[in-house]
Design a protein around this ligand. Structure first.
Ligand code: NAD
Length: 316
């Protein structure tokens, strides 16, 4: 990766990834794009272009203008939002992806896009979910992610595009808010713990999902993009995870720092049924073996860091 185009760069991942990539590869070598523009470091610290990923011509134009050799495609509608507007999700998630892959094919770019634990479904083995297994998701987001994984494989086998991907679990971070996923509760709970001392969870007690702290997710993207291609038996997309917990376990960890913290429940049937269709915990052995994936943060270390960083951010 020398000159990288990032789509959806103002979201939860992009906001931190762009700054990290600019640290590693140089400010001018990371072109951030999004359908919207805001006044923040991503827009102000290097090249930024307004780009709707469903506009293929504009994507070609921006990629050519900056002579990029890598594309990190992040623009998408996330699981809970996609379930509210499935047709929009199909058009954005599949339309944007195929446009980005076409740019990568034509301009011979390396290509990365995230998949998700949402690519699994109710018939997938729930515990220690293997890399290669049944993928029959029941959400529009999941349908998009499975189709996306297959499409990226197709572009690799058919056209030789160097496509790579990760099946991210729920990502927890304090810089940019999450964009409408099923695991967002695990971010909100930290904000509410500090601001109000209590949280009402829309995910039920006993519902386990995989999670990862953002610094580990950013390292995983860069490590996979830099990995030796000859060692990759898989490409789209690697299981990666750092921890699996339910609302009670994260609350117990928060209580080590805020003993009076209270958790209660008002379960949202839509997001709960999405969560129940996903694995309890996935197996990341292939990512470890093929390109050395490792996560630094477990629930304890992440909770300490989240609360410290959020205290500074929220001045509480
Ligand atoms: P997000 O919702 O926070 O950000 C998405 C960004 O895309 C937003 O800034 C939005 O403005 C932009 N966008 C929306 N429509 C667009 C369009 N038509 N053209 C260009 N930009 C558009 O999402 P995120 O959490 O940063 O996720 C990025 C990717 O990672 C997605 O593919 C998502 O499915 C995947 N992922 C995220 C998580 C997570 O927990 N955040 C977990 C698994 C996978």
């Amino acid at each position: 990766m020398k000159k990288i185009l990032v789509t959806g760069a103002l979201g939860q991942i992009g906001t931190e990834l762009v700054m990290k990539l600019r640290d590693v590869y140089g400010d001018q070598n990371v072109v951030a794009t999004d359908i919207r523009q805001v006044d923040n470091d991503v827009v102000n610290s290097g090249p930024f272009e307004v780009l709707d990923v469903t506009d293929a011509d504009k994507m070609f134009e921006v990629a050519k203008k900056y002579e990029v050799d890598s594309i990190i495609h992040l623009a998408a509608l996330l699981s809970a939002t996609a379930e509210k507007n499935p047709l929009l999700a199909w058009n954005l998630n599949m339309g944007g992806l195929v446009n980005a892959l076409e740019v990568a094919r034509e301009l011979k770019c390396q290509f990365f896009t995230p998949s998700s634990i949402g690519a699994f479904g109710p018939t997938t083995p729930k515990d220690n979910t293997p890399q290669d297994t049944i993928q029959r998701p029941t959400t529009m987001y999941g349908v998009n992610k499975v189709a996306g994984e297959l499409l990226c494989d197709y572009y690799f086998y058919k056209f030789g595009v160097d496509t790579r991907g990760l099946r991210f679990p729920g990502l927890i971070s304090y810089v940019a808010p999450p964009g409408g996923g099923t695991t967002d509760y695990a971010v909100e709970i930290y904000y509410k713990a500090l601001q109000e001392g209590k949280y009402t969870s829309y995910i039920a007690k006993g519902t386990y999902m995989d999670m990862m702290y953002m610094p580990d997710a950013l390292n995983a993207i860069i490590d996979l993009m830099e990995a030796d291609a000859s060692k990759l038996k898989h490409r789209n997309s690697f299981n990666v995870t750092a921890m699996s917990f339910d609302p009670e376990e994260i609350a117990a960890e928060i209580r080590k720092h805020i003993p009076s913290f209270e958790l209660d429940y008002d379960v949202d049937p839509v997001r709960q049924s999405i969560a129940e269709s996903w694995p309890n915990s996935i197996d990341a052995t292939c990512a470890k073996e093929e390109w050395g994936f490792k996560a630094e943060y477990d629930l304890t270390k992440m909770t300490e860091d989240m609360l410290t960083k959020l205290r500074e951010k929220l001045s509480v």
